[in-house]
Design a protein around this ligand. Sequence first.
Ligand SMILES: Nc1nc2c(c(=O)[nH]1)N[C@H]1C(S)=C(S)[C@@H](COP(=O)(O)OP(=O)(O)OC[C@H]3O[C@@H](n4cnc5c(N)ncnc54)[C@H](O)[C@@H]3O)O[C@H]1N2
Ligand code: MOO
Length: 391
Amino acid sequence: MISVDAALGHVFDLIAPLPVEEVPLAEAAGRVLARPVAARRSQPPFAASAMDGYAIREEDARPGAALRVEGEAAAGQGWPGTVAPGQAVRIFTGAPLPAGADRVVIQEDVTREGDRIVLGAGFDHGTNIRAAGGDFRQGDMLTAPRRLGPADLALAAAMNLPALPVHRRPEVALIATGDELVMPGETPGPDQIVAANGFGLKALIEAEGGIARLLPIARDSEASLRSVFALAEGADLVVTIGGASVGDHDIVGKVAADLGMAPAFYKVAMRPGKPVMAGRLGGAAMIGLPGNPVSAMVCGHVFLRPALRAFQGLPKAALPAARAPLATDLEANGPRTHFLRARLTPEGLLPFERQDSALLSVLAEADALLIRPADDGPQPAGALAEYLTLR
Ligand SMILES: Nc1nc2c(c(=O)[nH]1)N[C@H]1C(S)=C(S)[C@@H](COP(=O)(O)OP(=O)(O)OC[C@H]3O[C@@H](n4cnc5c(N)ncnc54)[C@H](O)[C@@H]3O)O[C@H]1N2
Ligand code: MOO
């Protein structure tokens, strides 16, 4: 049995960043930028008014000053002249500041009569001007790697970058195994249950930018498992669910080995999730998850999510853990890292009473996985503990 950190290191050894492709901005949300890209223009490209009002010269900015309005500057249509002393130009937010002007007085601070304005007794001290290049300049970089979020996409658009280089999405083949499983909506036989884990893992994979292919359920026979493995052809990552333990029907390890899987590890000092395995299977990485629903999902957070990030060119690192105080005393932990389903309450992290790895109802109520390091001593309420957020 190896530690969680060592196992994750082995998983990373199976992974190289996927090739780069250009995608249009409108399809780039959630993708990982593969290399830095440079702004093709400056923003704003000209000194621009930040407010609706009048562009004037600083020397005319005196309470009571009377100025002649010479023209209008709108967003998209500037005023071509030069503002002289005693003159003003009607201006709107986003319009280029006309030459000669170095201040915008907002219209609320002005009285207008025909083509004349009189400045009020008190007006604000700001210039209300956005300097050219004040947001970014041509050549400024959007750095990589980064997961492209809404703000990044708005910035890339403003930089006039219509397409971005991103890593290809990893394709994950999901194989649920077991004679007891039927698909949701089917009528299970008396000894059967409904396959659940694949659906949770598919959602988890897609949330990380992967493409999940939910393959047909493999039965507990070598022939069935082999035929479903064949359907995984072309995937970057093959994930099996169940059949990983030591029972007579737990044949995933054997069939994978027969298919040439080069094992990296089997069994990790973690709870839940101990009988997890990984290796290289042809051109793909393979991770064999335990069948207990919470074990499969916890392994999804601990191994699959970092693996999917690595495929997309993000740093090879465990999910960042947050810290919060414990809401209750905890007994000493055993020799395996324990991921406890917990709630984040105003008093701190509160683990659920029931931690059986079959309880999906508890996992669905949890918003954190409280991490107890292997062999951690007893901890009092109030002590800081690490956790992974599930929301
Ligand atoms: N003698 C021992 N028995 C077990 C050990 C052990 O060390 N010695 N380890 C236990 C641990 S820990 C786990 S975790 C499980 C994992 O076993 P498998 O990976 O072989 O999983 P299965 O036996 O196939 O299934 C376990 C459980 O989960 C249900 N299951 C499986 N797939 C799904 C699915 N897609 N959706 C919903 N539920 C699923 C399955 O019906 C079983 O109830 O082994 C322990 N045993
Ligand atoms: O590791 Mo098992 O996942 O404890 O139920």
